[in-house]
Design a protein around this ligand. Structure first.
Ligand SMILES: C[S@@+](CC[C@H](N)C(=O)[O-])C[C@H]1O[C@@H](n2cnc3c(N)ncnc32)[C@H](O)[C@@H]1O
Length: 256
């Protein structure tokens, strides 16, 4: 999808040739496998932050409702766990075996009323297996809430558009999608080093979008997937853990 001229296209930060999509997915999977162990030390603090942030952003759950949620790129399950405690029946997916295993460990808690179902698999391919290794397809599955936080910016251009469309297509009529990324001053993309909380460093693909570009990306995808123009609400959020870092949350409601 070509960006209009007021929304500058992403420019590469490295070289003129990029690895193909499969190579980027492999690089990213290896990065998150490596970083999984470093998420552990910060899980509690991230859960506290996520609880405050998600309760502000999401529709209120009514006592009679039994809402469902899909957490795309759930990593160690922090958000899945918070959603579950809020009353959602949660499915979390991630392609990093180590992240899914960290998420299963986090859910191994008898006080958690409704344990999320955690599936291992790659999102664009859409093939998942559950804890027993049994196929658990989500084709056509729709959820009241779909969360894709710090996720679509990991796909190279065109594939990020496919990822946004797929996120939106998993939303049930009247349901909500919440997509988030960091807000950059200019668009750029490429393979970048990512430092984990434990000091490990891993290389992975990353798009940095301006607020305008990200909102445009989601708005265009929503119009195509839902067949009509829908309101796309952006929120700018200051990162509680990184000075000067801004996040943008984009909330989309699928027409009922
Ligand atoms: C930056 S982390 C974000 C985790 C969490 N959503 C959050 O906001 O804290 C991205 C997660 O998405 C997963 N991921 C990245 N690309 C994926 C893909 N193509 N399919 C499934 N999971 C993917 C990674 O393994 C990683 O756990």
């Amino acid at each position: 999808m070509a960006a209009p001229s007021v929304v500058p296209a992403l420019i590469p930060t490295v070289g003129s040739t990029s690895p193909d999509l499969q190579s980027i997915l492999d690089i990213n999977r290896a990065a998150y496998d490596m970083l999984a162990g470093t998420y552990k030390g910060t899980a509690e603090a991230r859960q506290e932050n996520a609880k405050k942030w998600l309760t502000q952003r999401l529709p209120e759950i009514t006592a009679s409702g039994h809402p469902t949620a899909l957490d795309v790129g759930c990593a160690d399950g922090t958000h899945s766990r918070v959603l579950s405690a809020l009353g959602y029946t949660v499915t979390g997916i991630d392609f990093s075996a180590r992240m899914i295993s960290a998420a299963r460990e986090l859910m191994d808690d008898p006080t958690l009323p409704n344990k999320p179902s955690l599936l291992h698999g790659e999102f664009l391919a859409g093939r998942y297996v559950d804890e027993d290794g049994t196929d658990a397809p989500l084709d056509g599955a729709r959820f009241d809430l779909v969360l894709a936080t710090a996720f679509v910016h990991l796909f190279p251009p065109e594939a990020d558009d496919d990822a946004v469309r797929k996120v939106l297509s998993h939303v049930a009529p009247g349901g909500t999608a919440l997509l988030s990324t960091t807000a950059a001053l200019s668009n750029r993309q490429g393979l970048e080093m990512k430092a984990g909380a434990g000091g490990q460093v891993a290389r992975r693909w990353r798009n940095h979008y301006t607020l305008e570009y990200f909102v445009w990306l989601v708005r265009e995808a929503a119009r195509d997937v839902y067949g009509t123009k829908v309101p796309v609400q952006p929120w700018v959020v200051v990162d509680p853990d990184a000075e000067g870092k801004l996040w943008v949350d984009v909330v989309v409601t699928r027409p009922a």
